[in-house]
Design a binder for this molecule. Structure first.
Ligand code: ATP
Length: 353
């Protein structure tokens, strides 16, 4: 199994290295075939080596791989002459990673605003108001004069259908409930289409119950009763915002895992950013990326790359839960463990299994 490994910027190298070690350890017992990691430059490392943040070399290599683990990027810090679209946006568009699956789950032993939270946000990832990816050519955000800024939102039936199917399939394996989040009272045509198509698709899943919420009400519901939701499907921008909120309510952004996927490729990438304020201090919480990597392994197992990968995913999740239950946590969760201490404890749990 060859998987890409992209360090990213800021805390990226620290959490990517920790995640690689945990994946290798988790697989070592359940499979004779270790992952062959393919390190690829992107972001600051690529600027240093290739002069640009997203080299063709990296994209061509990714084309050959079923999946990869990617650290966060801090594209705002790239030199102006090479700063373009964010690396994550280019990759999501190039490989049509249309679904962004973002679980928010509270762990025993971790202080959380909503201790019972266990939901998954299924975010449409290819269009909406994201001007860096919603056009065939050019960008959906532009300025006709220096004092006027405009943004075009795009919602298509095709994109709504595929994300709605993804959400319903996920719900079938969980608590069988999907909440469609929209703003159809104001964005009547765009998010109205999203809502209607999701409802249509849900009719193909009679065992899945469907309801819907306006995005503003949903923000309030998440704070008040975040533990009552199962699968939440929504468009790009709403999903980005709500998933940060849900991640924080479940304990910390540092727990917020995410998988970006199409039908034939998947990318593990934490929901949080590059956290430049703590980069290089051995303080970052690597949990979100470790859990994202577990999601990648499970996705690979479900797509015919070997059942042992699914077992390794379970082992990672279990070891992280046990580490938290033992009272070990990084500073963002109020704990004292450094990135490397936390990683060692997860590795020790894995060896104990
Ligand atoms: P982006 O827009 O790229 O998602 P952002 O501006 O939302 O980035 P982050 O980089 O996610 O910001 O950081 C937000 C805050 O959360 C910062 O204070 C950062 O230190 C903290 N943070 C983010 N990720 C982690 C982590 N893994 N461990 C600890 N703290 C984190």
């Amino acid at each position: 199994m060859r998987l890409g490994l992209i360090e990213g910027d800021g805390i990226g190298p620290e959490i990517v290295d920790a995640t690689r070690r945990v994946v290798d350890e988790a697989l070592s017992v359940v499979s004779a075939d270790p992952v062959r990691w393919v390190p690829l430059p992107l972001g600051h490392k690529a600027i240093a080596e290739h002069g640009v943040p997203v080299p063709d070399f990296t994209l061509d290599q990714l084309e050959e791989l079923p999946g990869w683990v990617m650290g966060p990027h801090d594209s705002a810090s790239y030199p102006a002459q090479v700063r373009g679209k964010a690396p994550g946006a280019i990759i999501r568009k190039r490989f049509d990673l249309f679904a962004n699956i973002r679980p928010a789950r509270a762990f025993r032993g971790v202080r959380a605003v909503t201790p019972g939270m266990d939901l998954v946000i299924v975010r449409e990832n290819s269009e909406g108001l994201y001007g860096d990816r919603n056009m065939y050519a050019g960008a959906g955000e532009f300025m006709p004069t220096p004092d006027v800024a405009m943004s075009v939102g795009v919602v298509t039936r095709t994109a709504c259908e595929r994300i709605a199917h993804m959400a319903c399939r996920l719900a079938k394996d969980r608590r069988k409930r999907v909440t469609v989040v929209h703003k159809a009272n104001v964005l009547t045509l765009t998010t109205g289409l999203f809502l209607n198509v999701c409802r249509e698709v849900a009719q193909h899943y009679p065992d899945v119950a469907v309801d819907d919420e306006h995005v503003d009400a949903m923000a309030a519901h998440l704070v008040r009763r975040g533990d009552t939701f199962d699968v939440v499907v929504t468009e790009n921008l709403f999903g980005d915002i709500l998933s940060d909120l849900a991640g924080e309510l479940s304990g910390s952004l540092g727990l917020a895992a995410s998988l970006n996927c199409s039908e034939n490729r998947a990318m593990a990438q934490a929901a949080h950013g590059a956290a430049p304020d703590i980069a290089g201090h051995n303080r970052a919480n690597p949990t979100a990326l470790m859990l994202s990597a577990a999601m990648l392994l499970r996705w690979l197992a479900e797509h015919g790359h070997g059942a042992s990968l699914g077992l390794a995913a379970k082992r990672i999740e279990h070891s992280i839960s046990e580490t938290f239950a033992a009272g070990v946590a990084t500073a963002d969760l109020g704990g004292r463990a450094s990135t490397s201490e936390f990683t060692e404890r997860v590795l020790a749990q894995l060896r104990r299994l």
